[in-house]
Ligand binder design. Sequence first.
Ligand SMILES: [Zn+2]
Length: 311
Amino acid sequence: MNKELILWISIIIAIIYLAILYMKGIKKKKMILNTIIAVIFVLLVNLIKIPLLSNANNEEKDEEVTTTITTKTTTTATTTTLLVTENPTTTKKITTTTKAKTTKITTTTVESTEAPDYTGTTSKGYKIETKNGITYIDGYLIANKTYSLPKSYNPGSLTSTTKSAASEMFDAFIAEKGVKMWAQSGFRSYDTQKSIYERYVNRDGQKAADRYSARPGHSEHQSGLAFDVCVTGYACISSGFNDTMPAQWLSENAHKYGFILRYPKGKEEITGYKHESWHFRYVGKELAEKLYNDGNWITMEEYFGIDSKYQ
Ligand SMILES: [Zn+2]
């Protein structure tokens, strides 16, 4: 029963009561007294019963919502149950609440969904395969704005191959130039990338941040195959490193150790990122030699015939 129904029933009862008394030809003084009694009756019924009823409704409401969360019952199913037990006004309210909760669940599910399946062939005829949410093109792991890594993909550090190739390269540089070179930033988990990216978006806005920082799941750092280099006495992970002696050395020698200059100058439209003279990606000597292209670096995107664009 709803509030309005109780109100009308109590008023009708009061009117019938007074009508009976009137028809019986009751005295005017007694009639006034009975009218007051009838009004008090109506007030009491509505003041006492209604709060009790609304409490009962609220409890039921909470139960229904809880059920929706735990069992992920569809909104339609919940609405049907409520229509049987509740009046139309209350049902409407409850349905809205349930729908809101259901939407929340759906959103969470979408966020935790693994990387989509990109299986197919590139525009240059290379095979695209997705294994456990990780995309490989011609056997090479790919992470850019188009191809993402699943949130769960977490090698924990640079891969052992990447580490040993990097230390070989750093040793060669140190031996030749007498200055220390190291990987300042290597592996980054999905969550670390998420907080880094969000910090840049808050600072510079999303459009600017997207030119130099990857969205979570789209960073090559999550692969454990890429790192950012720093050299003693030089700007570290910033455009001040571009065109310096160590940047030139890396551009000329990285391929010999299996690394590629992942974001070459003038390729922002292709890679989706500004030139980064400090970011290197392990691909192995064979592919690195091809992408080095006698000093005129070509990108993975150009070589394989793929895009790097957010959907
Ligand atoms: Zn980097």
